[in-house]
Design a protein around this ligand. Sequence first.
Ligand SMILES: [Zn+2]
Ligand SMILES: [Zn+2]
Length: 633
Amino acid sequence: MRLPFFPVPAEGETVFSVVGRCAERLGIANHELMSILIGQRYVKTLFSPLPGYLAKIALAMPNGHPWQDISLLIKHHTALPYFTYFHPSDKRQLTFKMLSKAESPRPIIVGMGLTMYRTPPSPKSPRFCLKCINEQIVNYGFAYFLVAHQLPGVSVCWKHDQVLCDGCNNCGRYPLPGKKLTMPGQCLCNSFQPTAVSTHYVTAGAKWLARNSAYLLDSRPPGDAPIDKLRNGVILSGFGKGSLVEYPRLASAIEAQLGLKVLSSINYSVSENGKPSAWLRRYFSHAKTGRKLSTIAGLLILAAAFESIQDFENNITITRNTADSTSVPSEIAPPEKWKLNLQNTLNNYGFRISSCAAALNTTTWKIAATARDQNIHIPLSSHATQRIGIKRLAQIIRQLENGIQKKQIMNDHKVSEWSLLLIELSYPNLSIVRKKKTSDILLQRHRKVITDLLVEIPDATRSDVLKRFPGIYDYMIKKDKAWFQSMIAKTRGQQPDRREPRLDWQDIDYKLSKAITESAKLLLSSDIKLKRITVTTLLSEHGELQRYTTQPARFPMTTEVLNEFVETKEQYLLRKVSWGIKQLIAADLEISINSLRRMCGIPARKLDPYIDEIRSLIYRFGGQVAKRSKLEE
Ligand SMILES: [Zn+2]
Ligand SMILES: [Zn+2]
């Protein structure tokens, strides 16, 4: 049965609050409304950490009511986004689906381990903030309960930093006897005296917990496995030894951030008998084995490594120097000398970054970043290759080469920054190519600003540029002076230096041929997979395409080098195939037309004419042909 007068929920309002307002509006008893709404009389199910019977509620909504869409109801009016925040994304989606169909929410609540929380997953008495309800009455004419005030461990308002209340001094805590759905600020005595929640501290830690818990309600967890990101963040913030989490220091940092009082009031003390507490030590291993993950525990750990949930989602890691300086005696700080000898150390540890980090008493991240800076080649393990997937790997490499921003690559392929770094390390020239590409992109972007300016103000002067784009002006003078001065005049009325200077063509040709040889060799160098080497790629990389094509006679040496390196389609195809074969061998995979096709991004029909050449390449590199493949002899 549809309820034509069911109220529209306010932003972030709890389900029991909207139902309570409905009963009030209709002037009927709660249990009567409940019978109509969900077919049973007990209000209790609405007060559990997650409300049940949502499908029935959705069916009872009048046309056009937002709750006809159960997913909206769950997302904006229940705490499920909070409780599933750290779950793997597939599991999170499944829980949403289950709640949208469940009558009693109990099995879901137990299944998610909410009954195992060390602090109640929802308060016995619904909570509200006095300032919030005053604002609500001014804005909407009624007061209501907010989901954000009912989250575990939260005793202050995220918005007003004020202690939450949960009843009337004269009448008792909500729900009042015989009146299960009392709206906030209402009671039986007609002289409402707000009661503050029983245990509360208005400290920086309590406010942090309130704000960040509320933030979880409408945020998007980062990636498929937020928990991995949390663990990485913890290690990158200096709470790791190699790839292991150092719990004693992590515990001190959590305590420094949230305060002893707050932690013990919510029963999440970080240490017991001088040792890190079990809930803390076991959190990540439970995550690994798929055990139940408590959001509040994850949030407390997050407080040590990130400024806020927002920073966590934006991938910002804050190193807490205070934690470092207090708990690490300076004499065991790793000497920087290890950097000088990194190549040898890596050799000795078979290029295993984590063993190397443990031996050098530093983090895996520092080892990897230093190796990259020193252009040390660390092969990608076959395990990592398989985890990332060959096709994805090839696409990621292409994007890295093309100077695409890392954040975008991470988003596109759902890979971590750590994986990207490992990939960079495994292709020695990749970071050089990437650096060159990004600086080219920057140059083109800045030149475009200048040409756009000339369209707008044809007689723009250098001081105009300096005034409007000081950063670009500096860049131009430093990196692109000749072009800049040929485009923009010094003062108004003067011609820019477009007059062609007397050129030493022989010198230009010689330098260009050298530069092109370098680029071509870089393009061809071992592991890098690139686009076809053409006259256009080589010349435009050095900005000489136009001058060369208009007067090729001036460039005899360049022409010779071009003839040597420019590839035919067939040569290029076989180069790609060779690359693909080497990748498959490195990843310990058998080779078939199919795996090769995916690795190289070449359609099978284009490979077919070269079966013999491909077979001999595989033979030459020592690869294994897959059973029943066309490639078998
Ligand atoms: Zn408030
Ligand atoms: Zn009262």
